[in-house]
Design a protein around this ligand. Sequence first.
Ligand code: BEZ
Ligand code: FE
Length: 287
Amino acid sequence: MDFTENESAQVVAKSFETTDDPRLRELLQGLVAHLHAYVRELRPTTAEWEHAVEFLTATGQACTDIRQEFILLSDVLGISMLVETINGTDAHPGTTASTVLGPFHMTGSPRRELGESIDDAGAGPVCVVEGRVVDTEGLPVPGATLDVWQADHHGFYDVQQPDHQPAGNGRGLFTADAQGRFRFTTATPSHYPIPTDGPVGALLRATGRHPFRPAHIHFLVDAPGYQQLTTHVFVADSAYIDADAVFAVKQSLVREFVTVDDEAAAAAHGVTAPFTLACFDIVLARR
Ligand code: BEZ
Ligand code: FE
């Protein structure tokens, strides 16, 4: 078969017929079909195609051990959220919605006791986050592990500022108690821009898009026999709550972070007044 505009997708798809793994074959042939249809429809010039290759090359070159520009690209294109929505917990009614992992999850969060602060720098207005991990019948999931991470009050993760923030700042690995309860203290999160000093930032500037995410705290929750949950709790009155640069807000994940100016309540939570209090119960799906 000649390589013509109309036959190109079939010619290339056929070259993958030798792929042993049927799922890999399906994914590659589907990719070829959609990419060729895109090129036929939008007819990029050679210069435009070279520009696209340069952009992808720069995206790869911006990646390091602690920076994942490709995840960021997937995030701003809404692909991360689409994959998460297809594979996450949305299929299990009554469970906590999932949302993107993002590029700042690090394996090896410091293990901390319930009630401990994850704000090692002590730099932000104090916030207490508490809740329960339960199943869809409302029964506790004792011993669930909660990996939490967030940007500091100025909107930076520890790994973005290794000279300013101690490693592990804003991160903690907690174990829920026998009633499935968890509690930690942190710096009240604020909205922040995703990194804009790389190719993804250039893409946002070229298209007039803003880089901001509404204030949130990340959770990765695990328990034997339950589906792992990747989610966030979002601050209800945060800037950009209706305009997340990575499309990750789900209304069911938005909570009021209430200001409590009461010494007795503060003492009961092991902090001083005023502080903000957020309650976030987490419902896991059985495997
Ligand atoms: C984050 O929330 O950490 C994040 C998610 C997507 C892109 C950039 C940052
Ligand atoms: Fe984040």
